[in-house]
Design a protein around this ligand. Structure first.
Ligand code: ASP
Length: 269
């Protein structure tokens, strides 16, 4: 940790997307960051030693406030019924009603009927393929641009970025594109893991994999350690949670950020 550069306060208002995301409104090469967007991106659903979403419950309640109905997107896991039971129980304990999009022939309608959306974790390729299959990307983008709160956890956070190229998952199915929702101008790497100096493992470290992404792409990457979250509202992007994050940008050294930091400038592409 001694070598890390810590950043605690940076801010800007203009966010540049460097990759066209289908369906997004652009302004002279910039995709406008919607002033109304409210987004909570959680690294992981379960933190060691606690139950499903326990570590994020206070933040979720504070973020959702008086919202009543939450649309749940369970496509990242195979057993959607079981996943919905788990998520519904947890959201009910926080005071929210959950409707899963997989229980209807018209998932778009569920998203339109609800006040917020929660996309759960699992396999990111399976999740994105289903979002394409059920034609949900445009509706989610529109609703979030209008101010509907978006919560993503892990795979659900990955798909909020311009692409899913920085997921840790295996491509177990093939979505039509790696382009995702593009709600934020940066990539997420959830469950971000620091290298173990004692390890004899010879595979790439997480940092090496992200640096390989940046050899081929320009978009900044937020490596969110387990326990970390990014909250976006009133045009401010703030690092929340307990564990900090590591930010990677093309041509620049990685930067450590502490909980409470403003991330706007670091994550603008
Ligand atoms: N499989 C992860 C999840 O829990 C996503 C990832 O690691 O990229 O959703």
């Amino acid at each position: 940790m001694a070598r890390h550069r810590f950043v605690t306060a940076v801010q800007t208002t203009t966010l540049r997307y460097n990759e066209a995301v289908p369906g997004h409104r652009t302004q002279g090469g910039l995709i406008s960051h919607h002033k109304t967007s409210r987004i909570l991106l959680i690294s992981n659903s379960t933190l060691h030693g606690s139950g499903y979403l326990d570590h994020a419950a206070d933040e979720i309640c504070d973020f959702l406030g008086n919202v009543q109905k939450v649309a749940f997107i369970p496509y990242a896991l195979h057993d959607r019924d079981a996943y919905t039971r788990t998520a519904r129980e947890r959201f009910q304990a926080m005071g929210y009603q959950l409707s899963s999009v997989h229980t209807t022939t018209d998932p778009v309608d569920i998203v339109n009927q609800c006040d917020a959306v929660f996309i759960g974790g699992g396999n990111t390729f399976r999740l994105l393929k289903a979002l394409y299959d059920f034609d949900l990307l445009g509706t989610i983008r529109t609703r979030v641009a209008e101010g509907m709160p978006y919560i993503g956890s892990s795979a659900g956070s990955n798909v909020a970025g311009p692409t899913i190229k920085t997921t840790n998952d295996m491509p177990i199915v093939q979505p039509p594109s790696f382009n995702a929702l593009g709600l934020v101008p940066f990539q997420i790497n959830p469950h971000y893991l620091d290298p173990d100096p004692q390890s004899t493992h010879k595979g790439e470290t997480r940092e090496e994999r992200i640096l390989q992404f940046l050899e081929e792409n320009d978009t900044p990457v937020a490596g969110l350690r387990e326990g970390a979250m990014i909250r976006i509202e009133n045009e401010a992007m703030t690092l929340k949670g307990s564990s900090g994050a590591r930010i990677f940008r093309k041509g620049l050294g990685p930067i450590e950020v502490l909980p409470g930091s403003r991330l706007n400038e670091l994550l603008a592409s």
